[in-house]
Design a protein around this ligand. Structure first.
Ligand SMILES: Cc1cc2nc3c(=O)[nH]c(=O)nc-3n(C[C@H](O)[C@H](O)[C@H](O)COP(=O)(O)OP(=O)(O)OC[C@H]3O[C@@H](n4cnc5c(N)ncnc54)[C@H](O)[C@@H]3O)c2cc1C
Length: 325
């Protein structure tokens, strides 16, 4: 595989920060367009805690690490270079951007794609972080089928918790909603939950009781234990945007987190900077992030073509050549 230890000092058409589904898809689209591409990846894809990735056409249930290994091989097969490193700084330079990497190296790029994903900020409850992605879940499309007909407990921890409960109720008749520290349920929400036979347990959750990776019970502060087979929480989704901010960008607030705002092709407010996947779309699952990556790779290629074509026209005119001649 074309996995670089020493990236070229000559610079790349495009440096992609992040080698998840979005970044590797962007890199493949660019490398197939004969662009020089470097993917810098710190190797912490968001779904790493999960054993399997679902709703991935052609690879249903594949291990997340295996899917990305295939993606790296495909991108490298077309000449993309992939570097295991962290991009620590980004600044504008005469030719585009200079990216500072862990280890002290710098690389140059004409365009930058931020496919850095997001951080799931989890509710601060003992047991949640330890079981995250195993039996503490958030996404019905990622793990819902796997907990169908099981005892599911939803801990209210975000503005989408009632909606999330109704989605999991589609998969199991045995769903309990823990009001926890959320503001009092509005009567419409309480009506909806009760109408769908969701049990509502008032009171603050203290911790989760588990057996290995399996959650066994939600424990309330008053000592009450409610037995469950899976717990659902609503993390805050925070785009990894430190490089975007270093370049002068500002993240956009969203009801469930923050993101890098883009147009549908991934173009940000900063000239030459693009974003794809969870950094720009908090709800993107694997194939959606991959689709965004392809779209952004194509858009960046088109942007470079426009720049190169304008330069060629200018250069031709400088030589005194016109179409009529
Ligand atoms: C527990 C869990 C389970 C999930 N299960 C599913 C599922 O079954 N099916 C599904 O479709 N979706 C699932 N998802 C969603 C899935 O994880 C995302 O859709 C997907 O990871 C988004 O891809 P991405 O490329 O945008 O970001 P990521 O996959 O998170 O990749 C971002 C990459 O960028 C790297 N990076 C970040 N900053 C830097 C930096 N400064 N320098 C270098 N590298 C950097 C990170 O280390 C990481 O490798 C799940 C999510 C979670 C939390």
């Amino acid at each position: 595989m074309n996995t670089q230890e020493n990236p070229t000092q000559d610079g790349y058409d495009v440096v992609v920060i992040g080698g998840g589904s979005a970044g590797l898809s962007a890199a493949t689209a660019l490398a197939r367009s004969r662009r020089s591409v470097l993917v810098v990846d710190a190797g912490e894809p968001r779904n790493a805690p999960a054993a399997a990735a679902h709703n991935v056409i052609g690879h249903e249930g594949i291990a997340p690490t295996e899917l990305l290994a295939l993606g790296r091989k495909e991108a490298a097969g077309y000449g993309a270079e992939i570097l295991s490193a962290r991009a620590e700084s980004a600044r504008r330079s005469d030719t585009g951007f200079e990216i500072g990497l862990s280890g002290g190296t710098t690389v140059q790029a004409r365009r930058l794609i931020l496919a850095t994903g997001l951080v799931d900020e989890l509710p601060d409850l003992p047991g949640v972080r330890e079981l995250w992605g195993k039996s503490v879940l958030h996404c019905p499309y990622c793990h819902g089928w796997e907990v169908r007909d099981r005892r599911v407990g939803v801990i209210s921890s975000g503005p989408m918790s009632v909606h999330q409960t109704l989605l999991f109720r589609q998969l199991s008749d045995d769903v309990t909603f823990f009001t926890h520290s959320a503001p009092a349920l509005e009567s419409e929400a309480r009506d909806q939950l009760e109408a769908r036979d969701v049990r509502i347990v008032d009171g603050t959750v203290a911790e989760l009781r588990a057996d290995g990776e399996e959650v066994r019970a939600v424990v309330l502060e008053d000592g009450t234990e409610v037995e469950v087979d899976a717990v659902v929480v609503a993390p805050r989704f925070v785009a990894r945007a430190d490089l975007y901010e270093q370049l002068g960008g500002t993240v956009t607030d969203h009801p469930v987190g923050t993101l890098i705002e883009t147009d549908p092709t991934g173009k940000t407010a900063l000239p030459g900077v693009w974003a794809a996947g969870n950094s720009a779309d908090l709800s993107a699952v694997v194939v959606v992030a991959a689709g965004a990556g392809v779209m952004t790779g194509a858009a960046v290629n088109a942007d470079l073509i426009a720049e190169e074509t304008a330069a060629a026209v200018e250069e031709r005119a400088a030589r005194g050549l016109t179409f009529a001649e």
